[in-house]
Structure formats: structure tokens, C-alpha cells
Design a protein around this ligand. Structure first.
Ligand code: ASP
Length: 719
């Protein structure tokens, strides 16, 4: 990537110019804004250009997207992220004999490092505003679904054209403001990632779901991995001949850590926020979708936990799935509580009432924007009307693996017949290998009795759907007998006869033509083929909904900017962002104050010997011996374990480096407090707090507990 292409960053004018940030603490700032943030006045001690500058190899080259975030800490591709981010890869590398999940893992030499299956990493190389090019695809006379398809196709053209110009790179066009601004990002894409040092689960996940999304926190949620390239230095799939990737920049580690009140900033890839969404959307989330998901995930988790009881092999198989569902479920519970507590939907509705008054008071505004809020409200009413059906279709795919495999095979066969640019994105040539890999890897979490129970429940729910949402294919299946017994018999028969659990069968299936699939007698293929039209219809509905909402969102943003007299930051969308703040406690409730640091003494205090509060015995011995070395917190006289600060983060910021005023690594972000789960809708300095594992705990564990101090050399930390 040349300097010139990187300088294209300057084109990001739409996001930068005229932006007044009224509350500087709120904000996941696009990286293009770093020069305009005046971070020096906030406490930054290095030039902002050291974090990001189109002219030089700045800190952003040390930051990776690994689903969530990671950061390089050595010139040899060593990077840190969270234990929970590497969890799935650690699980797939584990067996009941070599259980790295339970016992942890440490590679004493490069040759001992183990592939982190399914993990890839991306580094942002450059970005460029392509809004006019994308929006040119919109033509008068297009239906709403056609409008969406035209934009999607234009984006695919830009992406494939860019990737052909820069072989080996990944290109993505990200929608920054819905229907309004689009930015082309070019990434270095690394495909060979390996496990280096993973603490035991009793440290990396200490406190489990009980403590997840909570403070005080005592979790050592970190892991070390390494990225590799081919022997020629170019990104390549795993091969024993590969060599460590040499990043343009890596972070310096500061073993001295931070104190209360200190300035800090984070770089990372926050996933999704909804701060510019209208009241109708928030009400749908609060009243319909989140309660549904909480109930459904709770049921599935209970089933999986029961299946794993007294059966370590099954428990290991299901561990990552349980963790993923439980993480989302508790996040939603936090959001639901928070939304009620601050009366979010009503507040948003009131703001919209005021906005509508402002629009109606001016004939010009009324003509351009008068229909925006009513039309958005209507679109969410329509979504609610069909939501039961939509939720069943969605969870059939996400919760029933045999069905998902069959559906993916049916869909892949149909999509891969089409010209590349007209396919749904996961079936395009550039994504197909990854899609196949994802599906084949997902088999590791398959356990028939759990799968079977999920299918049975969802089919029963489908038969109870109201008139508007009925699924014809399901009705037809049970036309002669729709009793629960008939459903149970049908489901049992499906699992008895299917071959879908067989890896070779599935592998071969994901390459077949529609006619070949239709000729196979597998009951899940039949069920998927029956339901395929309903999924096509749903995809069309979603495209039409997006087609309608895109224009409305774009106009809503325009008029809100006029009304409030300020510009907005784009919602999080998995692109690289910066957020800053200070180490700071808070008052979660009347009479209660949360201090910003926890300590090793707190880990031992919580250690009950029962899950999830077991900790390895040597921790207590080391603590009693006060063997803290240089990692002791001067005021706390103990090892600081986790810390709290008032940045603006969300899912995807897991693993984000916490950086001090000099841009050195002092912690690894991994969570937010329960109150802060509503960040995704509304951020506030009074309740929004993020949580990191303190670097002093990480280094102390590495040196004293795991005997991994040899890694310090390559990180440039003096022993
Ligand atoms: N723990 C979170 C996650 O799982 C990080 C966050 O949302 O703050 O992504």
C-alpha cells in the first residue's frame, strides 16, 4: 500500500468536516478523525499523528480485527487478545486428554504453537470515501428491494475490483451512516494464526457467567497468539513452513500500568451500535426481539448444560456454544433492565415528537422531511407484525445445526449457479472457502439430542403461528396431524435417517448442483428445500425494508443535524475506531461506589472452590509469599487484576489494547458493566464503564505462575 493510497484517507471529508464533538467522552471515533480530536488537551503525551497519520506507519498498524480485536506486542507477529476471543479455537484444539481449555496452554518454542482453527486476522491499511460511487447505483423507478440489490451489487463490484488490484488484500465497503456514507477499507488478511499462551480456564474465565458483565471483576481474560505468513512474507493458509508475520508496528508494553484518574485510549473494532435508530426500533428490541432471544437462549443453555452433566466430552463439545449464548443472553438482560431504568423508549419518542414539531413548523422542512418519522414508525410496525415468523426462521438456522447445514447446502447450490456478483455475499468466490470452513468447523459443537430438541420446539412454535405469519411448508408437513406427537415423530425420524452429521457427506454436499441435491433422500435436505421459498421471501422482505429505511435514515440524520445543531458520529460498524477516557469508578446505585481497581486478594476472596470460582492453588501461595515483584500497585500493595474506565465501547472491543498517554499497552479490554450494556443505544458518563484486565496481572501471571517469562524478551520487556 503506497502513501498515496493511505492519503486517500483525507477524502473522508463527510465524516470529518464540521464535526463538533460536544461531549468528547462519548464517541467511537473513526480513525480519520484522530487528527481533529485535540487529544493533547485530554492528556495524550505523544503527537496524535503517532496514533494515526496518512504519512507514516502509525500505531493503527499494530491493531488487528480477529472477529473482536487484538494487538501486536512483538516484531514477530505475537499478539494479545482476550481468553474469550480465543475460546472457540482453544476448544477445537482440545481433547479430553489434552484439555487446553481447562489446563491452559504454553508453547515453549515456535514449533509447539498450535493452529487456532477458524481464526483469521485483518489489519486496516487504508480507507477511502466511496459514497458517490455507491449511491450512483440508485436509479429512479427501482423497487425498494431492487434499490438494495443495486447498492449491494455496486459494493461487490468495488470490492472485487479493489481486490484484483491488490492481490492478497481484503477489501470491504462499510456503511458508516445508513443510506448516506460508504467507506472502502483495504485490509491485510492473515489466515495462519496459532495459540502461544493461554491461561487455564479457571483464570481466563474466572467468575464465569456469574461475573460476566459485572463489577467487581477478577477475570484474567487474556491470551497470546501469533500470526504467520507464507515463507515469502505473503498471507497464506496454515503450513508448517510458514514464518511469523512481521507487523509494521507493534505496541510497547508498559509494565508499570495506570493509576486512578489517568488518561487512556483504546483502539479497536467495535461491532454494532444503534444510537441513531428511532423509538420504533428500540421498542421492538425491548418488547419483542430481546425478550424472545433471552427466553430461547435460556432454554437452549439449560439443555446443553444438562447434556454435559457428568459427561466431560459432551461438556467440552458444547462449551463454546453455551458461552456464546450466555454472553448474549446476559447482555440483553442488562439492556432490558437499563432501558426500563432510564425509560429510554419514551425519551426517544419525546425527542421525536419535538423533532416532528420542528419539521411541521416550516413548510420547506415539512415538504422534505415531513414523512420521515411516520414512515419509519410504519416500517417497524410491519416488522412487528411478521416478527414471530421471522424469529422462528432465524433461530431454525442459528439453533438447529442439521437444518443449517442442509439449508446452507441448498442455498449454496442455488446461489453458486448465479454470476459471482449476483450471489449473496457468503457464496461469492472470495468468501466461499471461508463459508465452507465455518460450516465444517461448526460440526465440532454438534450434539444430536440438543439439536433435536431445538428443532422440535421451533416446529411446534411454527404450528402455533398466527394467520398472517403462517409457514406453508410446515403446515403442509403436518396437514394430516399437527399434534405434538406427530412433530416429535417427524423430528425423531429426521435424526434417525440423516447423514448430515458425517463430515465427508457434508463436505461433498457443499459443492453440489441443485439437481444433485434434490436427488438425495436426506430428510434435512427435503425440509430445507421445502422451507427455502420462505427464506427467499424473507430475504426479499429484508431487502425491501432496507431499501425503504435507507432513504429514511439518510433524511432523518440530515434533519436531526439541523434540529440539534450538531453533526453526529457514525454508529459502530466493525471498522477501526478510537475511544478515550480515564480510569474512573462510578455509583451504580444509591449509596454504592465501585472502585476502579480489583486485586489478587479479591480473586482469592472470591475463590470458593466451586465453579466458576475455583482458582489454581499456586495463586494463593504466590499471594501469601507476596511475590509481586515489580508488578505491585504502589497504593494497593497488591497485584491489580481488573480496571474500570469511562470509554465508549461495545462488543468487538473485546481484546482492544488499553493504551496510556504515551501509547503503551497497560491493559486488555474485555467487557462492560451491567449498566453499560445499554451503551449500544445510549452512552452516559454516569453509567458507561468498560473493563480491562490490568497488564500487571497478565505479566505477573506469565512470569510467576505460568513460567512464560521468556516471552518478555521478544516483547522487549526487561526480565
Ligand atoms: N464482553 C464483551 C463482548 O463479549 C465486550 C463488550 O461488549 O464490551 O464482546
Amino acid at each position: 500500500m503506497t502513501r498515496k493510497q493511505i492519503a486517500a484517507a483525507a477524502l473522508l471529508g463527510a465524516l470529518v468536516t464540521g464535526l463538533q464533538v460536544l461531549r468528547a467522552e462519548e464517541g467511537m471515533f473513526p480513525i480519520s478523525m484522530v487528527p481533529s480530536l485535540n487529544l493533547a488537551a485530554r492528556g495524550l503525551k505523544i503527537p496524535a499523528g503517532e496514533i494515526f497519520s496518512p504519512e507514516r506507519d502509525s500505531l493503527i498498524y499494530a491493531i488487528l480485527s480477529v472477529g473482536a480485536t487484538g494487538s501486536f506486542v512483538s516484531p514477530q507477529g505475537l499478539f494479545v487478545t482476550n481468553h474469550h476471543v480465543a475460546f472457540g479455537a482453544v476448544q477445537s484444539a482440545s481433547t479430553t486428554e489434552k484439555d487446553y481449555l481447562t489446563n491452559g496452554f504454553l508453547a515453549r518454542s515456535r514449533g509447539d504453537e498450535v493452529p487456532a482453527k477458524g481464526m483469521t486476522a485483518r489489519i486496516t491499511e487504508s480507507f477511502q470515501d466511496v459514497s458517490p460511487e455507491v449511491l450512483r447505483a440508485v436509479q429512479p423507478g427501482q423497487s425498494l428491494a431492487e434499490r438494495t440489490r443495486a447498492i449491494e451489487k455496486r459494493i461487490k463490484e468495488i470490492v472485487t475490483e479493489t481486490e484484483s488490484r491488490f492481490p492478497g488484500k481484503r477489501a470491504e465497503v462499510s456503511e458508516m451512516f445508513i443510506g448516506r456514507t460508504y467507506v472502502l477499507f483495504i485490509y491485510t488478511y492473515l489466515k495462519d494464526i496459532r495459540l502461544v499462551y493461554i491461561p487455564p480456564r479457571s483464570i481466563g474465565e474466572f467468575g464465569g457467567e456469574t461475573d460476566n458483565w459485572m463489577w467487581p471483576r477478577h477475570t484474567g481474560d487474556f491470551s497470546f497468539l501469533r500470526a504467520y505468513t507464507g515463507p515469502d512474507g505473503k498471507p497464506a493458509d496454515y503450513s508448517p513452513r510458514n514464518i511469523p508475520f512481521q507487523p509494521k508496528r507493534h505496541l510497547k508494553v508498559n509494565p508499570a500500568g495506570l493509576q486512578e484518574g489517568d488518561f487512556l485510549f483504546l483502539l479497536g473494532y467495535p461491532g454494532r451500535t444503534y444510537r441513531h435508530f428511532p423509538a420504533g426500533y428500540l421498542a421492538y428490541e425491548e418488547e419483542v426481539r430481546m425478550p424472545y432471544v433471552v427466553e430461547w437462549y435460556g432454554r437452549q443453555i439449560a439443555l446443553m448444560e444438562k447434556a454435559g452433566e457428568g459427561n466431560p466430552a459432551v461438556a467440552l463439545k458444547l462449551a463454546a456454544r453455551i458461552k456464546r449464548l450466555a454472553n448474549t443472553m446476559k447482555n440483553y438482560q442488562g439492556k432490558l433492565q437499563g432501558m426500563r431504568k432510564i425509560d429510554l423508549v419514551r425519551k426517544k419518542a419525546e425527542e421525536e415528537k419535538e423533532l416532528q414539531k420542528y419539521i411541521d413548523a416550516d413548510a420547506g422542512l415539512r415538504k422534505t422531511y415531513g414523512d420521515v418519522l411516520p414512515a419509519l414508525a410504519q416500517s417497524y410496525r410491519e416488522l412487528r407484525r411478521m416478527s414471530d415468523r421471522e424469529l422462528i426462521l432465524e433461530h431454525l438456522r442459528s439453533g438447529v445445526q442439521m437444518f443449517e447445514f442442509a439449508m446452507a447446502a441448498v442455498e449454496a447450490a442455488a446461489e453458486r449457479q448465479k454470476p459471482d456478483l449476483e450471489r449473496e455475499s457468503e457464496y461469492m468466490d472470495r468468501n466461499w472457502a471461508q463459508t465452507r470452513r465455518r460450516l465444517l468447523l461448526a460440526r465440532a459443537g454438534f450434539f444430536a439430542p440438543v439439536d433435536q430438541e431445538a428443532l422440535r420446539e421451533l416446529l411446534r412454535r411454527a404450528l402455533r403461528l398466527g394467520e398472517t405469519g403462517r409457514l406453508k411448508a410446515v403446515d403442509a408437513l403436518f396437514a394430516s396431524d399437527s399434534s405434538e406427537k406427530a412433530v416429535d415423530a417427524f423430528v425423531a425420524e429426521c435424526y434417525r435417517k440423516t447423514q448430515m452429521a458425517d463430515e465427508a457427506f457434508l463436505d461433498a454436499l457443499l459443492g453440489k448442483k441443485p439437481a444433485e441435491i434434490a436427488a438425495l433422500p436426506d430428510p434435512f435436505l427435503k425440509l430445507a428445500a421445502d422451507l427455502y421459498p420462505a427464506y427467499r421471501e424473507l430475504a426479499e422482505t429484508r431487502k425491501a425494508r432496507k431499501g425503504a429505511q435507507d432513504g429514511l435514515f439518510a433524511r432523518l440524520a440530515e434533519v436531526r443535524e439541523k434540529f440539534l445543531g450538531k453533526n453526529f458520529l457514525p454508529d459502530a460498524n466493525s471498522t477501526l475506531r478510537l475511544t478515550f477516557g480515564h480510569i474512573r469508578g462510578y455509583e451504580p446505585a444509591d449509596g454504592l461506589y465501585y472502585k476502579p481497581f480489583t486485586t489478587l486478594a479479591g480473586v482469592l476472596e472470591k475463590t470458593s472452590g466451586e465453579d466458576p470460582f475455583r482458582s489454581p492453588a499456586p495463586l494463593a501461595h504466590l499471594w501469601k509469599a507476596r511475590d509481586f515483584g515489580r508488578f505491585e500497585h504502589p497504593a494497593l500493595k497488591d497485584i491489580p487484576v481488573c480496571m474500570l474506565y469511562d470509554t465508549d465501547t461495545t462488543g468487538g472491543n473485546s481484546g482492544s489494547p488499553v493504551l496510556d498517554a504515551r501509547g503503551e499497552l497497560v491493559g486488555i479490554n474485555f467487557d462492560r458493566t451491567f449498566d453499560a450494556t445499554i451503551n449500544d443505544y445510549a452512552w452516559s458518563s454516569s453509567y458507561s464503564r468498560s473493563i480491562a484486565v490490568d497488564i500487571r496481572y497478565v505479566l505477573w501471571l506469565a512470569e510467576k505462575f505460568s513460567g512464560a517469562g521468556f516471552l518478555f524478551d521478544e516483547m522487549g520487556i526487561r526480565q
